[in-house]
Design a protein around this ligand. Structure first.
Ligand code: HEM
Length: 501
């Protein structure tokens, strides 16, 4: 028995030596400094996963602004100087931005490749997202969202009580419930059954969404969904509701969902439904925590509450809108929503503090990357990554970076501020929760409008209070770093009641 273990030990040791001698990449002339990590295949993945921000800061201190790390079998070149971001984006012809995105989506949602080059889509899917989420399509989306938000918010939690009474709830749970329901109805339309039955159905979908979303980081890391029975079941249930025959029973579906069904013509119904699920996830997974942080940060700052309330009242007044629970719903058009710099600044500042997205491109061929701090040789199939949280929390660009300042994105005239500097130079990219360049989020305009609408309605219809007078800011859930806006690690209790209108 002893000798079998000994033989195995020797075999493993020899394999490790071979890996160290043959398998480990060596830095070539002109390439960025390299961190291989000590574990075969994983490389530095464990240290990166434990705290990406600290890991990247430590490597920045050790190697300078550009360095390469081995992560899950990939060589990832991190570009950390924000003055270089613009230069990275100029090298578009060397990047394949689709490869990583399409593969990750197929892995997480279980659909076939939607890469147009594989022949399953009839059009450029990215163009379709832009066409159906921006321009004219954005008008109908925001109009529908405003109606759906009010449908949900104006229905009292305790319908039997006519008097306004305080309701206590976790703020994250509240934002999750309201935004999920309103967002789902806006994209996928209303069920033709009654409102109560529809609500019950959506709450079931919400439970399934939470169950699936919980393991999303593991799926992106490459674990198969079969390991997670409950999440697998939840994903199948969500996709079931998005099958063609079920969507056919819904009214007022968004252009995006209708168009996607037509575009994926070569996929069968199950595959199409899984692609619709990817859209559901993209539309909700970041918007929900972003809504929470915007409401939380605004309520925690008396100056922000005062400035936001004044702006909301002024906008409603000049739009001739009356706040009433009996009469018509509030209605604001794009132009009126766009002219709210205080709410814009509150949302931006909340996202600056909570977002941690990883922007990734794959090198299509060997090439030289010319950056602010020098030129670097990149090998085919390597990954170029930006991690904008480093910039969002850089004290030179954003003094006192961990403090929420509601007016950080306002200039001296109260208009949107766009001048931020690093090393004395004006930055083109200073705010990137939505990514950048070819992979920038196509839903970003809608996302900001829906969060803004949510804040307007909360301030208009409700009195709002935290349960604790000196409420602490919950820590960010780092397990989702790289995926977008990080949710709070714990919920925060608050209470709300209808105003006497
Ligand atoms: C605060 C809310 C949101 C944030 C922070 C956010 C952020 C992002 C980021 C970082 C990406 C990837 C960009 C990259 O890889 O460089 C992305 C992609 C995407 N987002 Fe958003 N997003 C939000 C809301 C939305 C909404 C509301 C929708 C749709 C209704 C949406 C639809 C999409 C789609 C379809 C993609 C994939 C685009 C593609 O691969 O071509 N997002 N988003």
């Amino acid at each position: 028995m002893m000798s079998v273990s000994l033989i195995w030990g020797i075999v493993v040791a020899i394999c490790c030596c071979f890996w160290l001698i043959l398998g480990m990449r060596r830095r070539k002339m002109g390439e960025p400094p390299l961190e291989n990590g000590l574990i075969p295949y994983l490389g530095c993945a464990l240290q990166f996963g434990a705290n990406p921000l600290e890991f990247l800061r430590a490597n920045q201190r050790k190697h300078g602004p550009v360095f390469t790390c081995k992560l899950m079998g990939n060589y990832v070149h991190f570009i950390t100087n924000p003055l270089s971001y613009q230069k990275v984006l100029c090298h578009g012809k060397y990047f394949d931005w689709k490869k990583f995105h399409f593969t990750t989506s197929a892995k997480a949602f279980g659909h076939k490749s939607i890469d147009p080059s594989d022949g399953n889509t009839t059009d450029n899917i990215n163009k379709a997202f832009i066409r159906t989420l921006q321009g004219d399509a954005l008008n109908s989306l925001t109009e529908a969202m405003m109606e759906n938000l009010q449908l949900i918010m104006r229905t009292p939690a305790a319908p039997e009580s006519k008097m306004p009474t305080w309701v206590t709830e976790g703020m994250y749970a509240f934002c999750y419930r309201v935004m999920f329901e309103a967002g789902y109805l806006t994209l996928f339309g209303r069920d033709l059954m009654g409102q109560d039955a529809q609500k019950a159905l959506i709450l079931k979908k919400l439970d399934n969404f939470k169950e699936f979303d919980k393991i999303f980081p593991a799926l992106v890391a490459g674990l198969p969904i079969h390991v997670f029975k409950a999440a697998h079941h939840a994903r199948e249930k969500l996709a079931e509701g998005l099958r063609h025959e079920n969507l056919g029973k819904r009214d007022h579906m968004s252009e995006l969902v209708r168009f996607l069904n037509d575009m994926l013509s070569t996929l069968d119904d199950t595959e199409k439904a899984k692609t619709q699920l990817a859209v559901l996830w993209a539309s909700q997974a970041n918007t929900i925590p972003a809504t929470f942080w915007s409401l939380f940060q605004m309520m925690r700052s008396p100056e922000a509450m005062k400035a936001a309330t004044e702006e909301v009242n002024k906008t409603l007044e000049s739009a001739g809108q009356k706040i009433s629970l009996e009469d018509q719903t509030i209605c604001l058009n794009q132009m009126q929503l766009n002219d709210m710099p205080v709410l814009d600044s509150i949302i931006k500042e909340s996202l600056r503090l909570s977002s941690a997205s990883l922007n990734i491109r794959t090198a299509k061929e060997d090439f030289t990357l010319h950056l602010q701090d020098g030129s670097y040789n990149i090998r085919k199939d390597d990954i170029i990554a930006l991690y904008p949280q480093l910039m969002h929390l850089d004290p030179e660009i954003y003094p006192d970076p961990l403090t929420f300042k509601y007016d950080r994105y306002l200039d001296e005239n109260g208009k949107t501020k766009t001048t931020f500097y690093s090393n004395g130079l004006k930055l083109k990219y200073y705010y990137m929760p939505f990514g950048s360049g070819a992979t920038i989020c196509p839903g970003r305009l809608f996302a900001v409008q829906e969060i803004k609408q949510f804040l307007i309605l909360m301030l208009s219809y409700f009195e709002l209070e935290f349960l604790e007078s000196n409420v602490k800011c919950p820590p960010l859930d780092q397990s989702r770093a790289g995926l977008g806006v990080l949710p709070p690690l714990n919920d925060v209790e608050f209470k709300y009641k209808f105003k006497h209108l």
